[in-house]
Design a protein around this ligand. Structure first.
Ligand SMILES: [Zn+2]
Length: 306
């Protein structure tokens, strides 16, 4: 099983030398997702050697340009490359009306089915689900309606302990039930408890994305217990006032949310271009949250190793 996040853009709205604006690629047990799609996202996907035709679902947090201005470019390229696989985009309800005319005026019909799903910005809800993963959206506290996303592994099949196969004379037909946590009746007529012959279940992992937002206790509740939380920290704590008035967060705000939510690891991003180096963010995060990192473009977070 694999669960990793590649940061494609860790910067805020104004162009910066070393950071692109918001976009992230997530591979959760071979489900391929993109969260936000700022200007230049397709170039970042190329740069980090991610096959973007694999992406099946895109989640757009809100309609500030630094979170979705790359969509039309990415969709056009997917079309030029002859994509056939359906693509679903989740986002604010106005997104479809913004994107479709830009594609249509160019006169090209997409070679693939493009589906828009409007997110209800009012509460936490499941927006995507299959047998291995569930994706939730939940409201953030920003100037315009904005959603955060939580990608959560679902129950994984238990693994049979190889040493027990011979010891209990287990047959292939027993495996399915045992892996689902059900006891089976052996050929001898004995009941075999699944706990005896399967390995200890591994922890279910989850990834939460919160950008852009002001500090909010409701956000902490929505991401409670996440393995990794990506929370914006556009500003350092000396610029707290600016963070609050612009409906963004400081490093301190992000750390408080991480602590309240009891997440294992905190990664802060959406860094303002006013900071020429990472130094202030890094120094503060080291003080505020032990297991933390400041996002960089190209950073890959392996959730199985957090
Ligand atoms: Zn914003």
């Amino acid at each position: 099983m694999n669960f990793s996040v590649t940061i494609l853009g860790s910067g805020a709205a104004l162009p910066a030398k070393n950071r692109m604006p918001s976009a992230q690629y997530i591979n959760c047990n071979n489900r391929h997702f993109l969260i936000d799609c700022a200007e230049g996202t397709q170039l970042q996907l190329r740069k980090y050697k991610i096959n973007f035709q694999k992406i099946s679902h895109i989640f757009i947090s809100h309609l500030h340009g630094d979170h979705y201005f790359g969509l039309v470019g990415l969709l056009s390229t997917m079309n030029l490359l002859g994509r056939e696989k359906e693509l679903t985009i989740y986002g604010p309800e106005e997104l479809e009306a913004l994107i479709n005319p830009m594609l249509n005026y160019g006169g090209s019909r997409l070679s693939f089915n493009l589906v828009f799903v409007a997110i209800n910005m009012k509460g936490k809800q499941t927006i995507y689900e299959d047998d291995v993963v569930e994706v939730f959206s939940f409201p953030l506290l920003h100037k315009i309606p904005t959603a955060g996303f939580l990608i959560q592994e679902k129950t994984k099949p238990l693994k049979i302990n190889p040493a027990m196969i011979e010891a209990f004379n287990l047959k292939i037909e027993h495996f399915k039930d045992l892996q689902k946590g059900k006891d089976v009746i052996l050929d001898s007529g004995e009941v075999c408890s699944f706990e005896k012959v399967t390995l200890k279940p591994t922890e279910l992992l989850s990834y939460a994305y919160c950008s852009d937002t002001k500090k909010s206790i409701k956000v902490a509740e929505a991401v409670s217990g996440a393995t990794v939380l990506y929370h914006e920290a556009t500003f350092v704590s000396k610029d707290q006032k600016r963070a609050t008035t612009t409906f963004h967060s400081s490093t301190k705000d992000a750390a408080e949310i991480g602590q309240k939510a009891k997440v294992k690891k905190l990664v802060v991003g959406h860094i303002s271009s006013r900071y020429k180096t990472n130094n202030q963010h890094q120094e503060e995060m080291a003080r505020f949250f032990t297991n933390s990192a400041v996002a960089e473009d190209g950073m890959c977070i392996d959730l199985t190793k957090v």
